[in-house]
Design a protein around this ligand. Structure first.
Ligand code: PLP
Length: 390
């Protein structure tokens, strides 16, 4: 391994770069999680998370990862043999589907080309055809981290409502929460799944479920086996500022700091910053003469951009050169996209010059890998970044 001076550029679409303030907060001494100081922290966190999810309902925090939060969403709302409808928008949607099968659910899949989001019409069509109402939940990944495509959840909600079907709507926001506009209550989402390591600017290790009143009511009769992931004991203990197990105390310190940072910048400003960086990135990619994987401009992701390399080129080779020469990590193509794309993460704790460095590194890496590109791509991005914003 070559040794590099300066900071590593962690430009995978999560885990993301952790702000120094958050790292410092995490390094404070661990306190008694059954004491009054901890209870005050829990109450602060639960209140602070609600606006980020766009909810006035409960948010359940688990020590775990996004995958654990997926499982919690399913086991709290469904019973063995229930049917769920899953839109296969990419690798993560496919993993969630597989988990549902593993848990004993019947999964109806709406196949996708991994270049588009979940189609509201297709979901509505399947629900309308389900006249006996056997489908109990619809699973959608808001921002497909494997493709850089953001599904239109508000439109999906409207399409579901138009059918009058009572299925729950479960949405994965692991790579969109705190980066892309999201409204749990307003969009009528029943369970929102999230993780700590992306827009929330924390290390991996926390999973979240925001829960609607309908989902909470359903959880009382849902029969899938659950213990650790059961919402009820957590919600109950949270009333007194505690957890039914030892919580990840130091990550929670970091969460309090991250929430403060999001509040100080303002969520609309955070979303605008991400959208602007995504636009500058696309301008660079298009300027290089390469294709963005996302095929519908209404669904461009603000948190990452997946770039297709030309036929005959190996995207992993490009990433390898960039890591070795410029000490920057980019996201690999996952599943059927392995070797075909690389993914540029531009989410979390990030700014104009960090993006400039990222895109400069990508441009040089493409050139070193022998990919024929137009070097005016970087200038096209700078033209966006130079413009005042606000
Ligand atoms: N969902 C999405 C959209 C993701 O991007 C990821 C991970 O990157 C997951 C779920 C799984 O989360 P975790 O790796 O934290 O278990």
């Amino acid at each position: 391994m070559t040794s590099h001076a300066g900071r590593h550029f962690l430009q995978i679409p999560g885990p993301t770069n952790i702000p120094d303030q958050v790292l410092r907060a995490i390094s404070a001494p661990t306190i008694d999680h059954r004491g009054p100081e901890f209870a005050a922290l829990t109450h602060e966190l639960l209140a602070g998370l609600q606006p980020v999810f766009g909810t006035s309902g409960p948010v359940v925090i688990f020590p775990g990862s996004g995958t654990g939060a997926w499982e919690a969403a399913l086991v709290n709302t469904l019973s063995t043999g229930d049917r769920v409808l899953c839109a296969e928008t990419g690798h993560f949607a496919a993993l969630w589907q597989r988990m549902a099968v593993d848990l004993g659910l019947y999964v109806d899949v709406i196949p996708g080309d991994w270049r588009h989001g979940a189609a509201p019409e297709a979901i509505a069509e399947r629900l309308a055809a389900d006249t006996v109402r056997t489908i109990k939940a619809v699973c959608v990944v808001h921002n497909e981290t494997s493709t850089g495509v953001t599904s239109r959840v508000a439109e999906i909600r409207r399409a579901i409502d138009a059918t009058g079907h009572p299925a729950l709507l479960l949405v994965d926001t692991v790579s969109s929460l705190g980066s892309i506009d999201y409204r749990h209550d307003e969009w009528g989402v029943d369970v929102t799944v999230a993780g700590s390591q992306k827009g929330l600017m924390l290390p991996p290790g926390l999973g979240f479920n925001a829960v609607s009143a309908k989902a909470l009511a359903v959880s009382r009769t849902a029969r899938l086996r659950r213990s650790y992931w059961d919402w009820q004991p957590v919600i109950e203990a949270n009333r007194h500022g505690h957890f039914p197990y030892t919580p990840a105390t130091n990550l929670l310190y970091g969460l309090a700091e991250a929430l403060r940072m999001l509040r100080t910048e303002g969520l609309p400003e955070v979303f605008a910053r991400h959208a602007r960086h995504a636009e500058a990135t696309r301008k660079a990619v298009q300027g290089w003469g390469l294709d963005v994987l996302c095929a519908d401009e209404r669904e461009y992701s603000s948190s990452l951009t997946a770039v297709l390399v030309p036929e005959g080129q190996d995207a992993d080779k490009v990433r390898e050169i960039i890591l070795e020469r410029f000490d920057m990590s980019l996201g690999a193509g996952l599943g059927r996209l392995a070797g075909r794309i690389f993914r540029i993460g531009h989410l979390g704790h990030f700014n104009d010059l960090a993006l400039t460095g990222t895109l400069a590194g990508v441009q040089m890496g493409l050139q070193l890998a022998g990919v024929r590109i137009d070097p005016s791509g970087l200038t096209a991005a700078l033209d966006i970044l130079r413009e005042p914003h606000g």
